[in-house]
Every structure is written in C-alpha cells, then in structure tokens.
Design a protein around this ligand. Sequence first.
Ligand code: NOJ
Length: 545
Amino acid sequence: MTNEWWREAVFYQIYPRSFSDSNGDGIGDLRGVLNRIDYLKDLGIDALWLSPFFPSPQVDAGYDVSDYRNVDPLFGTLEDFDELVHACHARNIKVTIDIVPNHCSNQHELFKAAVLAGPNSPERELFHFREGRGEHGEIAPSNWTSAFGGPSWTRITEPDGTQGQWYYHLFDSSQPDFNWEHPAVIAEFENTFRFWLDRGVDGFRIDVSDALIKDTSFADTDGGYPLIPKDDTCSIHDIYRKFREIMNQYDGDRMAVIETGAEDEIVALFIRPDEMHLAFNFHFLKSAWGADLIKHAIEQSLSANAIVGASTTWVIDNHDNPRSVTRYASTTHLDGHYVPAVYTDLNEQDIEAGKLRSRAMALLMLSLPGAAYIYNGQELELPNVDDLPNEVLQDPVFFRTNGEQKGRDGCRVPMPWSGTQSPFGFGPDQSQPWLPMPNYWGDLSVETQLQNGASALNFYRRLLALRRQMPVLRQGTVTIEESGNPNVVKILRENVGAKVLIITNFGDESYFVHDDLAKKTLIASNPTDNPYEVTGNSTVLIEIN
Ligand code: NOJ
C-alpha cells in the first residue's frame, strides 16, 4: 500500500447502534465493537468508518449532534473510544469517524443559546433565522422542502412566549442548519477536527458535504427543493481547502471522504488535490443491476476523477439505502436519496437473484482500482427488512412523510452473530434489539456462515485476502473490452505487468469465456465446475498472462 493508504483502502462502515451490543440495552456500542475486533481483523478490512456516536437526542440516529467532542453514554465513553482506536491501530486497522457539519441538534448549546438570545442577536447569526411571511409572520419564509419530507422551516417560540422567527433545516426540524458563512462556525468545526485528530483518528466521513453553503436568498423554487450552489465559484470549496490544511498539519496521511449526491463532474471538484481525499461513488450505488448502467457509472466516475487525480470510492451499501441484496432483487433504478420509493412491491423481488447479484457486484467493485466501502452486514448478504411493523419504525423520514415512506430502518436492523433466536448474539440473551430481527436470521449469522465454505462471509474474506495479495486488484488501469454479449461487461485490469479480466454477466443465461485466454480463475462469485462458464448474475475474475 502507498503512503496515501486511503487511495486503495477497504473501509468497513460500522453503524454503532446495529453492530454489537455489550451492555444489553438493545443498542450497539463501542465496547461491542471492541469485543468483535478480531472479526474485523479476520474479515481483512483496512479501516473502519464509525457512524456518529456523539451525544445526541438520537432523533436521526445520531446525525443530530448535540456535542461534537464527546461520546454519547448510549455508546460508551471517550475512554472506550480511545481504547478502540488503540486496539484497531494495534491490528493495522485505521479508524475514521463521521463529522456532521451541515446541521446540529436543536439541543446543541449553540442553538439553544441562539433561541434564547432573541431576534437579531449575534447568536442567531450562526444559523439561518428569518422572519416569516404574512401579516403576522405566520407563513414560512420560503417554499423550500426538507430532504426528509415536509417543510424545511420551523417557527420558534421566542423567549417572551410569542410566536417568532423561523429557522431553516434541510433535514428534520430537530436539525437546524449552520450558517457556514460565519467565521465562528468554521472555528467551531476546526476545533472539532483537531479534537479528534489529536485523539488519533485517521480520517473523517463528511456528512451532506455539499450543502454547507446555501442560496441565502432562500427564494421560492419550482418544486420547493433548495438550490445548492457547489460549482467552482462557490465558497464551499474554500471551506474544504481549510479542512485540508488542518489535516495536512498532522502526520500519518489523515483523510476525509465526502458524502454528496452531486453529478460525477461536480463531485470531482471536491476531491481536487487541495480539497478532500475521497468521495463516495453514489452514481455506482444508485445504478440498477444492468450492464449498460453499471458500465456507464464506472466509465463516467473514473474519467471525472482522473481529471483531478483522485481515486474512485466504490460502494453499493450504506445505512441510507435499501440493502443491495434487496435492491438488485428487482431491476429498478434508485432515484430518491432518502425516500427510496422502489421497494414497496415485494412481489416483484427475486431475493435469490438479488443475493447472486450483490455478490457479483462486490467482486466487481473490489477488483476495480481505488478505495471501497463495505457496510456492516453486507458481508453476510443481509436483505433489507421491508416488513418492519410501523410501530417499531424510528426514521424521521417515516414520520415526516406521514407514513408514506417507510424510511431507512430496514437496512439498519442489527447484525446476527450467533444462535438460533433473537437477538442472535447481537446483545446478551433476553435483551431486545432496538429493531426486531427476523426469525430466519440465525441462518445468516456470522457463526453459521463461518461453518460454510460457500457462504457470503467466507467469500468476502477470500476476496479481501486476494485483493491484499494482488496490487492489480486495487491499482492500475481499466479498459472496457467488447464482450460480444450486451449483458456481459468485460474489463481488462492492468498494473505493472499483471493482468486480470473481470467478467460480469448481468444476464440470466451463462456466458462462455473464449478458450484462447490462458485461463486461471482467481475467484468467482458463483463458481461452477466448467472453468469457461460465467453463470448468469455472476462475476468471474481471471488472471491472464
Ligand atoms: C446523511 C446521513 O448518511 C443520513 O443518515 C442522515 O440522515 C443525513 N445525512 C442527515 O444528517
């Protein structure tokens, strides 16, 4: 691995509340992660990304932060965090954490102070407070809507008890947006970065990275969704240059990956050499299973990133999207970000096909150059849990859309570790996990999968070991070759003399590889006895010389 380890690292996303519960309160915690550290080592990942574990009212599962520089007692203590970093580093695993700069919780001291200080106070300038429209200010300042559904303005009760100003929130009403044009906001986050860098973290994932600078005219838009400026003229890039300077002051190649749903060419602007390091390839994640869509996503993201010298960051699963097994069980393109509308018709799904396809995509993405992210449970091929009863749902998306959208809880159900009944080793026996786990998940547990050589977990372990051994799987060039079949994508990968072919068959019928290739199958997502066969819905990796 190069010094810039992040360019080709495999990151493992831990959603702390769903990974492992050490104390039996039904919610995963940092000691739970510590207890499973050898599992992570054996899986063969290079780095962790921990979703938020900071003090928070947990309205948006911790993405509503009330103190950026501490650990929520729900997840443990700062000492637990330090111990975890130490234990990871001792095993050559880097630790990256989430920074949520766009908004905080309405329970954050700065927001509480802003409400108390009254209109036109300096405290209010750290957020976006505006007077309402209408005779008594009773109409929201603009028609902008929240990414979670409903309006993006909430009116406050002023300290004197009257109905007063409104504040802007891109997400839930409990998540007021910061005013990033204010130096005190920049200083606040500079302190936060330094706090965690000083504690030894190797990097950050930056939430909603592209929305920090708004069109503060807040003028009505068609459809009510905010216009978010982010091209090269936008001062948002100065913010990232500042963050980069801070990281550069530390040794050890600290890094940041940004979350943005922008088009490939815009994403690339944020990962120029003096801005951030990596950006999730959501074009790839959101592409439905199909040769043309996936090929296009690969080509376009690679060429946009090549212009700025950035590596690509492959991802098919995270805590905001229905799990890939379920997504690929149908061939619907994923359009909405927080409100995936495509999973309502369970009859159209073929989960067995979804599993084959998810594994085929994992082999494809982990053989492409660049970094990659795996989301906890992806390596077990957990399906999305689409039949959670409404009473247990917690995602604000469910509430803000008045139940029209179920939200994201279905991809956040805790990990099954062992045993035959809930909580499947997630927490101590008898404890109730924060979301119910399906009865059949014993068959998918880590314990069960470790005993089966053909399991998803063992496949991921073999694949990550191979990737570690063979630099050509993480570095070098990508040439898309003619496969002679519209459903088959054939990619030649070359790196200092080493050559491999990735063949992904998006069709249902088998594809047969030309026998003039000196053929050595390195790994196949759905192995068969015939060395020339790539079965439908699978990927094969072939070494050529
Ligand atoms: C993106 C995060 O991944 C998501 O879980 C969260 O709800 C929103 N940002 C708001 O912070």
